[in-house]
Design a protein around this ligand. Structure first.
Ligand code: ADP
Ligand code: MG
Length: 720
């Protein structure tokens, strides 16, 4: 009788997998069709058939138009894929659900689990996390717990029997197909913790494939044939060579993989150019050219590692090793740069493609199903009793005794209990059952321990029985850190400014709860269509509100009010966020004495070129004005600094201008991230006067579109 979730899924950009935890051990299920321990995250439509996995990936070469891969990158966005077969659209969530369903077919026992742990990159934002949960529900699960991938990898690493880890710190470097994560992990006194992380959701092996096309194949094609605007014709859905683009991605990936084991790889394909000439293209890509193509991307990962080390005041000597995870770490050049530039000890002892799913299953083995927290005696029992039992204990321990807490309801006179370890190594003896009972179990080392708890009534009849499993010598994790700050956008009308107020901070341990009180900035008449709208954003605290991501809105409509809501009156907001990043906000209006639960509606990420252009233009105008000011003041040093940032802004503006409106790549999401980073840079770089001006202007623009909260003295009460 198991009440833990036990099933773990790694829903990867390129490869997915499923594993189960049973009695202290993890099994990664094999794909029944090819006996591999993973499934390519690719879905293909062929007539009315849906093909999933490696076979679908193979189809990229032939019928690329109805084959979909790397959709994890679009999770949490409003983007959809056009599906010729149905003349309709399919969302990244629906495609992910198809992958999850296929993984369920790997379970050879025929079990149909209703709860599961699904992993997500540590850098996934709230919208991407929500989309992942949705995919799990669509695939038929009723409970989905999210686990950050670096935590999963660390669990797998720490629990590998060969690893008798002493206290210390290490880095997890997860470079997969679509995402990059680096996490700082520590073990101290037998407890494992994730201390900090950095990551980029748009950086992975796929970008190497694209870079091979951009920097190597396209120039070569232009040399060999006559093409007009080749790059655009390849990349946009309506482009003349769009079919070829998907095929090229496949070819580039194969070449890249070959280069992990050889010095040269061949790329071959056929194309008809704009003059109608059919050209056989044959190229040889050598290792050093490939390395120069991917170096900028690897350097970005090195920078992120340095950031984490700096932030935590660590040098290479403070770290035991850097643990390599993800298919991209097969590339020898990646290891070389990590070693040469950071002086870190490389650990590639884990299988980079299964580490995450193994860790997910370990985690699932310690997670209770939410539906099974309370056990009641069943009707099959001969003796009628309302007895309810709830047990609390650690499922994974490092010590040789461990406490177990038993809460019982409807206990009657003379009830007794007994706990016996199945191997005979422990017996509590018959003890009186109370409403709250605490006991210490003795645990056998380095094995999975099974105990049976039995409750008897005064006549000695068996009322209740439960099996307890405790693994010794493995690591569990107590809580996951929040990957980014979550803030409220607050308008201070009197000062004409907008600022961010943190609700939860990056690396706070989930779940979290907090109540803050604010004042309403505007009167909202009862029965009106006016609304109180509060924006919740995610990202850096030290920045302009526009440099953050909007993750949802708290909304209270005038039509629901029992009295007018007067400007300046209090609203008490209670924020709750679960381990799987579900956000709930309750609002209490003291003036009308009304409470609103679930006022929060999460958004999807939508990036529009016009909005991007508007914002970059806005950055540019500000910077130009500032540069002029500095020049007039003869402060040439500062003027030069402004000029440098301006240079980045103008570059970005140009790239936005080049975006095709039906571009199928994820360039616009990458640009959006860069725009936000620039916003943050501008904010931290410049003087107070500049900042004030920026905020004022920002507010002027914004005032017409939403009404919000008034900033004033605020009070808060903290967390669980
Ligand atoms: P994800 O977690 O994103 O699903 P994986 O960890 O499975 O990804 O890694 C997939 C990525 O690794 C792909 O971009 C793939 O091309 C790349 N990859 C796999 N094997 C190799 C190899 N031998 N050499 C270089 N890259 C590889
Ligand atoms: Mg992965």
């Amino acid at each position: 009788m198991s009440e833990t979730i036990n099933y773990g899924i790694d829903l990867g950009t390129t490869n997915s997998a499923i594993a189960i935890y049973t009695d202290g051990e993890v099994e990664v299920f094999k794909n029944p069709s090819n006996l591999k321990q993973s499934l390519a995250s690719v879905v293909a439509y062929k007539g009315d058939r849906i093909i999933v996995g490696d076979k679908a990936r193979e189809l990229l070469k032939r019928t690329p138009n109805s084959v979909f891969g790397t959709f994890k990158r679009k999770m949490g966005t409003s983007d959809k894929y056009f599906l010729e077969a149905t003349d309709g659209f399919i969302s990244p969530v629906e495609l992910s659900a198809i992958i999850i369903k296929e993984l369920k077919n790997f379970i050879h026992s025929g079990d149909n689990p209703d709860s599961v742990v699904i992993t997500i990159p540590a850098a996934f934002d709230t919208m991407q996390s929500n989309a992942t949960k949705k995919a799990g529900y669509q695939a038929g699960f009723s409970e989905v717990i999210l686990l950050q991938e670096p935590i999963a990898a660390s669990l797998a690493f720490a629990n590998k029997s060969a690893n008798n880890l002493a206290d210390g710190k290490w880095l997890v470097y997860d470079f997969g197909g679509g995402t990059f994560d680096v996490a700082l992990t520590s073990i101290s006194d037998g407890e494992m913790k994730i201390i900090d992380h950095e990551g980029d959701n748009y950086l992975g092996g796929t970008d190497f494939d694209r870079a091979i096309i951009d920097k190597y194949i396209i120039p070569a094609m232009n040399n060999l044939g006559v093409f007009n605007n080749l790059e655009a014709e390849l990349k946009k859905t309506s482009g003349k060579y769009n079919r070829l683009y998907n095929k090229l991605l496949y070819i580039a990936e194969e070449a890249k993989i070959e280069l992990s084991n050889s010095d040269i790889s061949e790329l071959e394909f056929e194309v008809v150019d704009d003059t109608g000439n059919s050209i056989d293209i044959y190229l040889e890509l050598d290792k050093s050219t490939f390395e120069s193509i991917i170096k900028p991307d690897i350097d970005r990962t090195v920078l992120m590692i340095k950031e984490v080390m700096l932030r935590n005041q660590l040098t290479a000597r403070d770290l035991n090793c850097v643990l390599l995870i993800g298919g991209t770490t097969y590339i020898p050049y990646v290891k070389q740069i990590l070693h040469d530039e950071l002086g870190l000890t490389i650990d590639s002892s884990m299988d980079p493609t299964t580490a995450v799913v193994v860790g997910a299953a370990y985690f699932a083995g310690t997670k209770l199903k939410s539906t099974q927290n309370v056990k009641t005696t069943t009707s099959s029992d001969t003796i009628k009793s309302k007895l309810k039992i709830r047990l609390a204990y650690d499922r994974v321990v490092q010590t040789d005794t461990t406490p177990i807490l038993c809460r019982a309801e409807y206990v009657e006179e003379g009830y007794k209990y007994r706990i016996i370890r199945k191997d005979g190594g422990y017996d509590s003896g018959l003890l009186p059952l109370e409403d709250k009972t605490k006991n210490y179990l003795s645990v056998a080392a380095q094995v999975y321990n099974t105990y049976v708890l039995t409750v008897y009534n005064s006549a000695g009849d068996k009322l209740y029985k439960e099996t307890i499993g405790i693994t010794h010598g493995k690591f569990g994790i107590d809580g996951q850190p929040l990957p980014d700050n979550i803030c409220l956008v607050v308008d201070a009308v009197d000062e004409n400014t907008t600022y961010l107020e943190p609700i939860f901070k990056k690396n706070d341990i989930l779940p979290l709860k907090k109540t803050i009180t604010k004042q309403i900035s505007k009167t909202i008449p009862r029965n009106s269509n006016d609304r109180l709208i509060i924006k919740v954003v995610e990202g850096s605290i030290d920045t302009l509100p526009s440099a953050n991501k909007l993750i949802g809105l708290i909304e209270i409509s005038g039509s629901k009010l029992e009295r007018d809501l007067i400007k300046g009156s209090d609203v008490e907001l209670t924020f709750e966020i679960t381990e799987s990043r579900d956000i709930r906000v309750a609002a209490y209006l003291s003036l009308t004495d009304q409470e609103f639960n679930d006022t929060f509606s999460p958004t999807e990420h939508h990036v529009s070129e016009t909005e991007l252009l508007r914002e970059t233009k806005y950055f540019k105008d500000n910077l130009l004005a500032k540069q002029k000011d500095y020049e007039l003041d003869a402060n040439y040093e500062k003027a030069e600094e402004v000029k440098n940032i301006l240079f980045d802004v103008i570059n970005l503006e140009e790239e936005i201008g080049e975006l095709e409106h039906d571009d199928i790549s994820d360039t616009k999401y990458k640009i959006d991230i860069r725009k936000r980073k620039l916003g943050a840079k501008i904010h931290t770089f410049y003087s107070r006067s500049f900042l004030t001006k920026t905020i004022e202007l920002y507010y002027d623009q914004k005032i017409n579109t939403t009404n919000s909260l008034l900033a004033a003295k605020s009070t808060e009460s903290d967390s669980i």
